[in-house]
Design a protein around this ligand. Structure first.
Ligand code: CTP
Ligand code: MG
Length: 220
């Protein structure tokens, strides 16, 4: 089995609020996207395509190895992944879709996803349990129900797919439909999505506090 990685890196990072695109924000001196790409390669992915903001292509090219292919991302994450998928070379029979915003994903998570695909799973996502009490509120913010959390999971990336399954699911998805992850795209096409154990270190950098925590993880 050979896998191509698609890294969604075309977002602006509005919640992080930096003065450059989130994927270019440095962590211990290296842009988040560089960490994310290295994690995929270290975990066993052979080839990487990164979807970038069109206006910042030169900065991404300067930061990443020349073997990494860059494509212009779209207005939504779904559109960015679609662009990356279209650009990926024909050799790979598996696809791992990853967020540049998860810089410290341990290579073992990547390897677990690849191993599940190698056993024939069409789609697999890394997950963690929900540890907080989780509730439903009404418009006023009043709690209306508590959700039994034993069967809930938080979903991370990279998410792995049989390539033909993911290509067919994106082809079946109407243009302009936005889903928050790729597992949702294949589930919309009726594909069963399996799970492997995620890792807290694969946390997503969304707000400044997350970047602070990531910095502590790498000793900065
Ligand atoms: N992403 C993308 N193309 C978009 C929007 C998001 O490739 N049009 C990517 C981001 O670069 C990020 C990942 O999808 O690596 C997860 O998205 P998120 O954490 O929401 O990042 P941003 O959209 O950049 O942040 P924000 O929503 O705060 O603006
Ligand atoms: Mg976003």
């Amino acid at each position: 089995m050979s896998a191509v990685g698609i890294v969604a890196a075309a977002g602006s990072g509005s919640r992080l609020g930096a003065d450059l695109p989130k994927a270019l924000v440095p962590l211990a001196g290296r842009p988040l996207v560089v960490w994310a790409v290295e994690s995929l390669l270290a975990g066993g992915v052979a080839e990487v395509v990164v979807a970038v903001p069109a206006a910042d292509r030169a900065a991404f090219a300067a930061a990443l190895p020349g073997t990494v292919q860059l494509v212009d991302g779209g207005a939504t994450r779904t559109a960015s992944v679609r662009a990356g998928l279209a650009a990926a070379g024909p050799a790979a029979d598996a696809v791992l879709v990853h967020d540049a915003a998860r810089p410290l994903t341990p290579p073992e998570v990547v390897a677990r996803v690849l191993a599940a695909l190698a056993t024939g799973a069409p789609a697999v996502v890394p997950v963690l349990p929900v540890v907080d009490t989780t509730v439903v509120v009404d418009e006023a913010g009043t709690v209306t129900a508590a959700v039994p959390r034993a069967s809930l999971r938080r979903v991370q990336t990279p998410q792995g797919f049989d390539r033909a399954v993911l290509v067919a699911a994106y082809a079946a998805l109407e243009d302009g439909v936005e889903l928050t992850d790729d597992a949702a795209v294949v589930r919309a096409a009726g594909v069963a999505v399996g799970t492997v154990e995620g890792d807290e270190r694969a946390a997503k950098v969304t707000v400044p506090h997350d970047l602070h925590l990531a910095g502590l993880q790498v000793g900065r």
